[in-house]
Design a protein around this ligand. Structure first.
Ligand SMILES: Cc1cc2nc3c(=O)[nH]c(=O)nc-3n(C[C@H](O)[C@H](O)[C@H](O)COP(=O)(O)OP(=O)(O)OC[C@H]3O[C@@H](n4cnc5c(N)ncnc54)[C@H](O)[C@@H]3O)c2cc1C
Length: 509
């Protein structure tokens, strides 16, 4: 009998396995795919060296994944955003440096500033570990992000930019996701700017050799013989003082405990005996994955850099909602990474790879105004909606009503089965960092049950990383806080106008 059987060799499952084996426990990891890494997937090919078609970017305050990378000897490199970025809104393309696109209409600018400030403030009030405990949880959870945006913003440009933000971060349309879920995600990601930025934000760095290297090294550290690939788990049975896990191949393994590090969205593929409690069963029917196709387009030269552009862009028309330069740090294999997301991803899934390649290249050629984009050297894409063992990406979202009705069943163990996966994190939920946190938390729950750690060590805050991976904080300027909202401006203008008229008529009497 093993001490712990872990389902899934993504970052969360392997992080759990590492911690448990370091504490002297005997672990077995069962992985459905013929590779480790799950939602991180690095392709290797002489044509382009290596390229990430899954999770890739890390940044400041993602201290758990940065600590893990350092421990495993995986270095990071900076993503280049030193030159101009582009934004396409309502057919108009503008260039800018930094994160906030240029809005030349003063009402639009005030409105965008106020929207970011308001959303960040509301997000900061969401309880990280239990958003359903927010005093206005029911109200926030009954409203879609679309309804919330329509109520809050004045300017069409603000609405479009918030739409792009939600599409890019959650891979869904704004009408599919609850406001509470969006605010929780922003709380866990430390604010809109931190999540949107390249420098100082979540897209600041990539891993040398690709993000899947983290899982490869984790598997080596745990011992390859303890990680069984091509073993989809189909049945988990709890009886007496053990858990029996059966794979599709009919192999059974017995453990004192089990950790499911399989995404909740696809947990229905596994039969549990006794069945999962009613609310857990209902919860896993209500955590759909986002829709995304990640594309990488290679060129002979990084001609966009030669003309002053970083390669980053965002667009409300698409098909690419968001792009970033993906040239290797030594300048080799010039490339642009582009995400096709939400409704556009679903629509373009109906076409062929050749058609998508053509529309991605045409998109770049149009917004960068460079014909060279029409002649790529190579085009790679991964449609995560097609993946049986992910069901979509980057992670699950919660539609209206789900967090308040079922949220507390998320992390609750069921007998000897504990649950991990980035969706269960309370910092950087949906990210690789959240995967590490959830895996280590599930492992500590078992260590607690075995009397190996005290109760107050189950949820551990992460200390700041060593100096060489410590990165700049994102700080808002005083002006951002001081500028009025459009509402305040209109109210103030109304009062000023009324006072002016009163004075005028009084002086005439
Ligand atoms: C296109 C894309 C872009 C992303 N960008 C970023 C980014 O830039 N930065 C970032 O931090 N994150 C990003 N992410 C998200 C990040 O990759 C995930 O948050 C993280 O990898 C999740 O790890 P996990 O262990 O929780 O889940 P997973 O990686 O999904 O691991 C679960 C594992 O369980 C296995 N499994 C499933 N069913 C079974 C079964 N029945 N039996 C056994 N095994 C099973 C799966 O094969 C998988 O290996 C991105 C993801 C995608 C797809």
């Amino acid at each position: 009998m093993h001490d712990v059987i872990i389902l899934g060799a993504g970052i969360s499952g392997l992080s759990a396995a590492k911690l448990l084996s370091e504490m002297g426990l005997d672990v077995l990891v069962l992985e459905a795919r013929d590779r480790v890494g799950g939602r991180t997937h690095t392709l290797h090919d002489p044509r382009f060296g290596y390229t990430d078609v899954g999770g890739a970017y890390v940044g400041p305050t993602q201290n758990r994944i940065l600590r893990m990378a350092k421990d495993l000897g995986v270095d990071t490199y900076l993503v280049d955003d030193s030159q101009y970025c582009l934004t396409e809104i309502q057919g108009s393309v503008r260039r800018f440096v930094g994160v906030i696109p240029p809005i030349y209409n003063p009402i639009g600018l005030l409105d965008l500033n106020n929207a970011i400030r308001t959303v960040d403030k509301m997000a900061a009030e969401v309880p990280r570990a239990a958003p359903w405990k927010h005093p206005s949880a029911k109200q926030l959870d009954s409203m879609t992000a679309k309804e919330f945006i329509e109520r809050m913003v004045w300017a069409e440009s603000t609405k479009i930019l918030l739409d792009i933000f939600i599409k890019t971060v959650f891979c869904v349309e704004t009408h599919e996701i609850s406001t509470l879920c969006v605010l929780w995600g922003i709380r866990c990601g430390q604010g809109i700017e931190r999540m949107s930025n390249i420098s100082g934000g979540a897209q600041e760095r990539k891993f040398v050799g690709g993000a899947q290297t983290i899982s490869e090294r984790l598997a080596e550290r745990i011992g390859r013989e303890r990680v069984r690939l091509s073993s989809p788990v189909v049945r988990v049975e709890q009886a007496g003082d053990g858990v029996t896990v059966t794979s599709e191949r009919g192999e059974t393994s017995v453990g004192r405990f089990a950790i499911s590090a399989v995404p909740h969205a696809i947990l229905q593929m596994i039969r549990f005996h006794p069945p999962l409690p009613a609310r857990k069963r209902q919860l896993i029917q209500r955590m759909p994955m986002g829709s995304v196709i990640k594309t990488v387009t290679f060129y002979d030269r990084a001609f966009w850099k030669e003309r002053g552009f970083s390669g980053c862009s965002m667009s409300d028309v698409g098909p690419v909602d968001f792009s970033i330069d993906d040239t290797k740090p030594d300048g080799s294999h010039p490339a642009i990474m582009g995400f096709i997301q939400a409704g556009t991803a679903r629509r373009l899934s109906l076409g062929t790879l050749e058609q998508r390649k053509e529309s991605v290249c045409q998109h770049y050629a149009k917004i960068f105004k460079m014909e060279e984009f029409l002649n790529p050297k190579d085009y790679i894409e991964k449609n995560w909606m097609e993946e049986t063992y992910s069901g979509g990406c980057y992670s699950s979202i919660f539609g209206p009503g789900v967090l308040t009705a079922f949220g507390d069943a998320l992390r609750q163990p069921v007998g000897r089965i504990h649950f991990a996966g980035t969706e269960l994190a309370d910092e950087w939920i949906g990210y690789m960092d959240g995967a590490v946190q959830s895996g280590e938390r599930a492992a500590r729950e078992i260590l607690l049950e075995l009397g190996k750690i005290p109760v107050d060590e189950t949820f551990q805050p992460e200390p700041p990383p060593p100096a060489d991976v410590s990165l700049n904080p994102t700080e808002s300027s005083w002006l951002t806080g001081a500028l009025p909202s459009v509402d305040t401006l209109l109210r103030f203008s109304g009062i000023a106008l009324a006072a002016g008229l009163a004075w005028f008529f009084q002086s005439k009497l």
